[in-house]
Design a binder for this molecule. Structure first.
Ligand code: SF4
Length: 408
């Protein structure tokens, strides 16, 4: 069987546009170019990560503009029409991300830079989806002949790592992003992958994030570009690059299990740099400076996976950042069917996630798989204070009412 090709190119430290263009070009040349997937006249949707501020390059949060710009220039040379387009996380103003980052400059230079949240949406059928028969995407996703995922490589507080596959969530409406969390993120993102069928991934691994990514992680300079036409192979390689076995990153595992690409390192040909030369173990979200409060208990059940483990941990870090740790006193949080502890009043127990059996869910249950961090914070604080969103502009109530009450 022919191996999937993934290229890794090292640029110089703090590279400028010329170096990044050269690195992207070389990364694509090593995987036999992109003439086989893009033809003259094609509409090519280049999808970077604009998850949320901070937008500064040294924060390692969003895809830096030079990477999609280089891809756009290469796509244009093939006679196709490149469009750089994305929608930020739920509650985040995408236009603000554009206006405060170098994407505004790209617009002024004549590149098409589109805030998808301001565009119409359509339903796109999934290919044998496990959770959904259709997904609600932006119309441009349906119109594009080719989709290119251009993620930022980071550790992630719910999915261990975010890279080429997880990045595609920006192609969904906010309503559907929330719904995916409620119905099961680890399979519904794979439904999305099967629906939109991206043909290429080019990863911005120049300044990455480790620890509690994807927004507040610690920056790590790697100065790498990674590219491949098989997104599962790209994510499998990037997982190894930051110190995971690919089997630890569930989105990669689920995508491979559905035959959407190759995860097995033995079936992936790495070109350019060797993994051994450039890899570095990233601090995992769960290892990053845990919150400890006396009189607060967090109990995980036998079936709790990293989704709920990392979500609750991340919610606690959000509370610490917001100066709201006082609201943890006396509270017990249970996940994954953990048994009720002795001596804790029922009204002080917050149950989390779809894995809590229905009969064990308390009044303060948080829906989702995994739920959004902000809803865990809300369940802990109750009416005692407002949840401070750490990166979204909208309040939780506004996001909630706009997106509608979804799922069970
Ligand atoms: S609800 Fe269950 S499967 Fe879903 S993230 Fe939580 S522990 Fe994992």
């Amino acid at each position: 069987m022919k191996k999937a090709k993934v290229s890794i190119i090292k640029t110089k430290q703090n590279p400028g546009y010329a170096e990044i263009y050269e690195a992207v070009k070389r990364a694509l040349d090593l995987i036999d170019g992109i003439g086989d997937i893009i033809k003259s006249g094609d509409l090519v949707l280049i999808n970077p990560s604009w998850v949320a501020p901070p937008v500064e390059r040294e924060a390692g949060c969003i895809t830096i503009p030079e990477v999609p710009r280089a891809i756009a220039d290469i796509v244009r040379d093939l006679g196709a029409r490149p469009v750089i387009a994305e929608s930020s996380a739920v509650g985040v103003d995408t236009e603000k991300v554009i206006q405060t980052s170098g994407y505004k400059d790209l617009r002024e230079m004549g590149y098409e830079v589109i805030n998808l949240k301001k565009t119409p949406h359509v339903d796109i059928p999934t290919d044998n989806g496990k959770i959904f028969d259709t997904v609600e995407c932006w119309e441009l996703v349906q119109q594009a002949n080719v989709i290119i995922s251009v993620p930022k490589l980071k550790t992630h507080d719910q999915t261990e790592m975010t890279c080429a596959i997880k990045n595609l969530k920006g192609l969904l409406t906010d309503k559907w992003k929330r719904l995916e969390h409620q119905e099961g993120l680890f399979e519904s993102v794979i439904d999305l992958l099967g629906a939109v069928k991206p043909k290429l991934a080019v990863v911005d691994a120049i300044v990455c994030q480790e620890g509690v990514g994807p927004v507040f992680g610690k920056p790590v300079e790697m100065d790498l570009i990674v590219a491949g036409k098989d997104l599962v192979a790209v994510d499998s390689t990037c997982a190894q690059l930051i110190g995971y076995d690919p089997s630890e990153t569930l989105l990669t595992v689920n995508a491979a299990a559905r035959g959407l690409g190759v995860m097995d390192p033995g079936q992936i040909e790495i070109l350019g740099e060797t993994l051994d030369r450039v890899k570095r173990r990233f601090l995992r979200a769960i290892e990053d400076d845990p919150v400890q409060v006396e009189d607060f208990q967090l109990i995980h059940g036998e079936v709790t996976c990293t989704g709920c483990r990392n979500t609750v941990m991340s919610a606690l870090i959000d509370m610490r950042n917001a100066g709201q740790l006082e609201y943890l006193h006396g509270i017990t949080v249970l996940t994954g069917g953990a048994p009720f502890p002795e001596g804790v009043p029922l009204e002080n127990i917050v149950t989390v996630g779809k894995c809590m059996p229905k009969e064990c869910r308390t009044q303060r249950h948080v829906k989702g798989c995994p739920p959004n961090n902000a809803y865990v914070v809300k369940a802990i604080i109750g009416d005692r204070a407002e949840v401070k969103r750490m990166y979204a502009d909208d309040t939780l109530e506004k996001t909630d009412s706009e997106a509608g009450k979804l799922g069970s």
